[in-house]
Design a protein around this ligand. Sequence first.
Ligand SMILES: Nc1nc2c(ncn2[C@@H]2O[C@H](COP(=O)(O)OP(=O)(O)OP(=O)(O)O)[C@@H](O)[C@H]2O)c(=O)[nH]1
Ligand SMILES: [Mg+2]
Length: 660
Amino acid sequence: MTTDNFFENIHVYGKWKSDLVNAIEEFQNWLDVTGLEESEQSLKIYETLQTLKHDRITLAFVGEFSRGKTELINAIFFSQFKRRLLPSDAGRTTMCPTELFYDIDEPMPYMRLLPIESRMEDTSLSEHKENALNWTHIQLDISSPASMASSFAQITNTKKVKAVDAKRLGLYDIITDDNGTELSADEIVEIPMWRHALINFPHPFLEQGLTILDTPGLNSLGNEPELTINMLPNAQAAIFVLAADTGVTRSDMDIWRRHLKSFRRNHNSGLVIALNKIDTLWDDLKSEDEIRDSIQRQCTETSKTLGIASKRVFAVSAQKGLIGRVKNDAKLVKASNLAAMENVLSNEILPQKELLVRNTLIADINEMMQESKSILLGQFNVKKKSIQTFSGLSGKNENMIQVLLEKTREEQTIYHRNAESLQSSRQILSGQHKRLKTIIDLDRLDQQVNEARKSMKGSWTTNGMKRAMKTLFDGISGTMVEAAKQADLTNRLVKSIYNRFQNENEDAEVKAKLFSIASYKQEIDALYLDAEEYRTSVYSTMTEQNFVIKKFFISLVSRARNLYYQLNKDADDWGRRALTPLIRQVKAHKKELKFRLEQLKKAGMSRDTITDRVASLKLEAKGLQKQIFDVNKMLTTINSPMPAIALEKKMPDNVTAIRA
Ligand SMILES: Nc1nc2c(ncn2[C@@H]2O[C@H](COP(=O)(O)OP(=O)(O)OP(=O)(O)O)[C@@H](O)[C@H]2O)c(=O)[nH]1
Ligand SMILES: [Mg+2]
C-alpha cells in the first residue's frame, strides 16, 4: 500500500548515522575530559561530524523524455501529497535537471532556479551552487501541496529565442535537425528557461539524507556535462527508465551507452532498469497468463538488448502506482509492482553506502580512538612500573634508594636518546613529506590546466582540443603514479620509525599511521575513463562542438581539482599527525620519569609517604583503566554494523501481471 519497506530501510540507515554522530560527540567530550584532546584532532572530529550530518544518498532518474521518470518519483516518494507533486505530462516536461533534498542548515523550504544564460559563463554548476545570489529564489509553502505543485511547474518553463542565441548558449541539439543540419540563425527555437533547479524541503525521505535527481530527456544530459561528469557518477543509484509502449528505441540506447555504461563500470550495484508503463499492456481481452508472458518477454528482451541481468529489469507502472497510493487502492499498488523495485534499491544502496561511510569517516574516528587507547595503555604501563618501583622501596635502606635513583636516571638517559632520535626521524620524514606535497601541488595542476586551456584556445580543430584534453589527463594520471610511489617510500620510513620506537620503548603500544593514495588514484582513473569516453564519443566529434568540449573540460577539471584539493588536505593532515602517537607517548613518559625522580630524591621517605604514593599511583592507574574501558566501549559502538535492513518477508517478483 505504501512505501513502508523502502522508508523503513532509509530510516534504519538514518538512525545508524545519528547513533554514529552521538558516539562521535561522546568521544569529543571524552577527549576533553581526559585531557587527551589535541587541536588537530578536534578539527578532524568536527569535520567528520559535519560530513556525517550532511551526508546524502543520491538517487538519479535517467532516460529519454516522456518515459515516466518524474511520474516514478511522484509515485515512489510523494504519494502522500495525494496529488502529482512534480510536473509530469505528455511530451517534454522536465526541462532542467532537478535536485530534491533537505538541507539541515537551511530549514526554510525553497526552490532555486539557475537561469539558462549562466551557461555563457565559465563557472561550473558546483561553483554556482555555492552562491545563492545567482539563482532565482522561490519560497515554498509546504502546508499546501497545490501551491508547491504550482511552484514546481516552473521546471517546465521554456522560452523562445533565435537559433543563433541558442547556439551561443551551446544548445546545439536544439538548433540541429535529426540529420545534424543546423537551422538558420534567425529561426525561432524553444529553449529551457532554467539550467538547473534545487528544491529544499523537509520530507521524511529527504530528511534522512536522500537526494533525488530528476533529469530531463536526452538533450540536457549531453548539454550539461557536469551532470554526466559529476552528478551521475557520484550518485549511489541510478534508475534508467524505459517505457513498455515504446520498447527500447535508438535514443534510449544512446542514453544508455553515453551515460549509464560508465555508471555501471564505476558502481558494483545500484543500477536498475524500470520498464515503465506496463499498464499499457494490460488488456481485458487477454488472460492474465498471456499478459504476464508478454511483460516477461519485454523484460527479457530489454535485459538482452542492454546486456544486463534480467533481475535488474523491473516491469512497473508509475502512473498506476501513484493513483493506487493516492486512492489507497491496494490491488492497484500491487499491480504497479513498484515495491519490488524499491526493495532492491534500498537493499543495495544502503549497505553500499554504509561501507563507504565505514571506510572513510568511521575509519578516521576509529584510528583516533585507537590512538587514544594506545596512549592510555602506554601511560598505564609506565604507571605500573612506578608502582612496582615504589612498592619495592618500603623498608629498603638508603643504599637501595640510591640504586633505584641510578636506575631511573639511566632510564632517563635512554629516554633522552630516544627523544633525540625521534626528533631527527621527524626531520627526515618532513623532507619526504615535502617531496610528496611537491608532486601533488595544486599550483602544478593549475599550471597544467592553464597550458591545456591555452592550447585548446589556440587550436582551431576539435581534434586539437581533444589532444589538449588528453595531454592534461595523461599528465594527471602520471602525477598520481608518481605520488603513489612517493607515498610508498614515505610509508616505509614511517614504519621503520615506529618499529625502532617500539624496540626502544618496550612499554609503548603504538601502531604506525600510514598514508594511502589508492582511493584518489582510483577516482582519477575513473575520471580518466570518463574523459576518454567523452572525448571519443560521436557527440564530441561533431564540428562546432567547441563550446560543449570547453564546458566539459571545465566540469572535468573542477572534479580533478576537488580531488587534488582533498588529497592535499589529507596529506597535510597525515603529515602533521603521522608521528603524534610517538610524541605523545614520549611526553607522557618524560612526565612520569621526572615525577618518579623527584619522589626518589625526597626518599629519605618515610614508610607512610611511600604507602601514600603507591596508593595514589594505584588510583591513577585505575582511572586510566576506566578510560581504556570507556574508549573500548566507544570503539565497539562505532564499529558495530548497521542493523540489518528490513527485508520484505517475501520478495515480490520483478514482473507482475495482476491487473487492478
Ligand atoms: N500509461 C502510463 N502512463 C505513464 C506512466 N508513467 C508516466 N506516464 C505518462 O507519461 C507521460 C510522461 O511522464 P513524465 O513523468 O513526464 O516523463 P519524464 O520521463 O519525466 O519526461 P521528461 O520530463 O520530459 O523527461 C505523462 O503523461 C505520464 O502521465 C505509466 O506508468 N503508465
Ligand atoms: Mg520529467
